[in-house]
Design a protein around this ligand. Structure first.
Ligand code: ZN
Length: 319
């Protein structure tokens, strides 16, 4: 081999070595460069993503805030309506507290009218009919000439027809047992002729506890027992006996004030020409009684009615 040839081979070897070295170095450097580039792009993409999600969240928050504002407005409106309804409810009158025992057994109220018939009886009957309420009329015989139809209407409309003496003259009927008996028979016969009803209920003028009678009232109560007539006094007085001095509002209030403790209440009212305020009181009185509680009923007196008597019959004379 010539020296010339050897040099050429060596140059060629160097050239190949350089080429190989370059072929390794270039891609490596390129890879490193591209890697760095890629890393940078990735970082900026991440930042962009962060920015996008931040903006999205901010947008969602503003939408949520609007929703919350709407919801708050709706709640405020609901609160306003509810408080309006509550204040309306508070404006209603308070109900009278119920007595537990009475609510269980019920309260029976008997409205009784003494001294009729009168110029007002028809009006009282109209009011009772309008309210579908039955009452008890303790009548006298004084309306014999003018009120024949009225005695009959009392019976026909389902009210209880009771006796209150024919003459209503205390001086006469309480003078003796005989007088009392004759007066009672006269009324009983008259009512039977007029209405076909043989009344079996009696109310003493002034009550069985009256201080007018010069005869012992027990002689008369024993007599009534003997002939099968039941007498009733009252445990609630409407206070309308005084005539024009009592207003209808006072009558209603007096009865309502006394009612609560009574399971059985017999209410004394009057049916007379000078008792206009009693007529005016009746609708309100019925409505107030019926509003008391679920167990309260207004009824006419019957054989089943619990006795309300100031002086008990069958006790002989005492005191
Ligand atoms: Zn009377």
């Amino acid at each position: 081999m010539t020296p010339e040839r050897r040099r050429r081979i060596n140059r060629l070897k160097k050239l190949i070595m350089h080429a190989v070295l370059l072929m390794i170095l270039f891609p490596t450097a390129g890879c490193i460069f591209l890697g760095i580039k890629l890393y940078r792009v990735g970082r900026s993409a991440e930042r962009l993503e962060d920015q996008i999600s931040f903006l999205e969240k901010a947008l969602q928050d503003s939408v949520d805030a609007e929703d919350r504002a709407q919801a708050l407005l709706a709640i405020n409106e609901e609160i306003r309506k509810t408080s309006e309804r509550e204040s309306e409810a508070r404006a209603e009158p308070e109900e009278i507290p119920e007595n537990d025992i009475l609510a269980e057994e019920g309260r029976k109220v008997y409205l009784t009218f003494d001294d009729g018939p009168s110029i007002y009886t028809e009006e009282l009957l109209d009011i009772l009919a309008e309210h579908h309420v039955k009452a008890t009329f303790f009548v006298t015989g004084k309306g014999k000439e003018s009120y024949g139809d009225t005695y009959r209407r009392i019976v026909e409309e389902g009210h209880t027809l009771g006796m209150h003496s024919y003459s209503h003259e205390y001086g006469n009927i309480y003078a003796s047992l005989e007088n009392f008996r004759d007066d009672m028979r006269q009324l009983r016969d008259f009512l039977y002729d007029e209405t076909g009803v043989a009344s079996s209920f009696y109310r003493f003028p002034g009550g069985s506890s009256n201080r007018v009678s010069s005869t012992d009232i027990r002689e008369m109560t024993d007599y009534l027992d003997a002939v099968g007539i039941t007498y009733f006094d009252w445990n609630i007085s409407a206070g309308d006996a005084a005539g024009g001095t009592v207003s209808s509002e006072q009558i209603i209030n007096r009865v309502m004030d006394q009612l609560p403790p009574h399971r059985v209440a017999v209410v004394l009212l009057h049916d007379a020409a000078d008792k206009r305020s009693t007529v005016d009181a009746l609708p309100g009185l019925i409505e107030r009684i019926e509003a008391m509680d679920d167990g309260t009923e207004i009824l006419p007196i019957t054989e089943e009615t619990m006795l309300i008597q100031h002086v008990q019959s069958g006790q002989g004379s005492q005191g």
